[in-house]
Ligand binder design. Structure first.
Ligand code: MLT
Length: 262
């Protein structure tokens, strides 16, 4: 594991394989382990860089606020530390929001962006309100019920892949309250980034789960024609977690996209 220490944060990350860099950014409230089932195959062809975002595992932040743009800056720092001027950036959900912020801030470093169950729009006011209520619940000690209710909701069906759900729940329960609220505030405050898709030259990959309760298929599919080059993959029998629900297919699809980006 590599460790990078900066003034306001420390980020740890793993590197697998060699070749064109492919960064895999996890979502909320997960960790780099999210990608465990796809890393062995992807790293046969690419230099796969898998961070734990600050606040997760041994990665930390020392500030009260840490925005999606701050997370994007961490990814740029990791690539710089690795001596990589450009990369393909794949992000799951909140990791996708980070990938889009990265594309806005560091366009020259982007070979392609893969949005895995993510969206380029900002939160609706209703969603913000819901997140504020969750923050209040967490601050009152409600982390465990929140996580236990949240994780099954990420899958195509509540009784699907029960063992995986259990493992992800146990890992997520290790996340500190502070990290959960910082990430929720970061998502509340994130900007609409649909203009990035319209105005930039890099190709965009979309992975959509037909049963995704978070990145709603009917909403996200509308964004999937905004960029000039879109690779759109719709997964049946899949919720928000293709890297766990259908990792073999995700490997094939990420490979096709990455081959195009090179
Ligand atoms: C995630 O999976 O990263 C989050 O659920 C995304 C979100 O809440 O918008």
């Amino acid at each position: 594991m590599q460790k990078l220490k900066k003034e306001n944060y420390t980020i740890t990350y793993n590197v697998y394989g060699s070749g064109t860099p492919l960064v895999l950014i996890h979502g909320f409230p997960l960790s780099g382990k999210l990608w465990d089932k796809v890393i062995p195959d992807l790293s046969k062809k690419y230099k796969v860089i898998v961070p734990d975002l600050p606040g997760i595992g041994e990665s930390t932040f020392s500030t009260e606020e840490f925005s999606i743009d701050d997370l994007a800056k961490c990814i740029a720092d990791v690539l710089q530390a690795e001596g990589e001027p450009k990369a393909i950036i794949a992000g799951h959900s909140m990791g996708g929001y980070t990938a889009l912020a990265f594309a806005e801030l560091f366009e020259e470093m982007v070979m392609g962006i893969a949005l895995v169950h993510s969206s380029a729009t900002a939160d609706t006011e209703e969603k913000r309100e819901q997140r504020r209520k969750t923050i209040a619940l967490i601050e009152k000690g409600g982390k465990e019920p929140f996580i236990r209710q949240m994780i099954p909701n990420l899958f195509a069906a509540e009784d699907y892949l029960k063992e995986e759900q259990k493992l992800i729940t146990e890992r997520s329960l290790l996340t500190e309250n502070k990290t959960l609220t910082v990430f929720y505030n970061a998502m509340i405050n994130r900007l609409d980034r649909t203009h990035i898709l319209k105005n930039k030259a890099f190709p965009v990959m979309w992975v959509l789960g037909k049963q995704d309760n978070i990145a709603d298929y009917k909403i996200v599919i509308q964004q999937s024609t905004l960029a000039d080059v879109n690779f759109v993959y719709t997964y049946d029998q899949c919720g928000h977690m293709s890297m766990v629900e259908n990792p073999q297919r995700l490997v094939v699809d990420l490979n096709s996209f990455a081959d195009y980006c090179i």
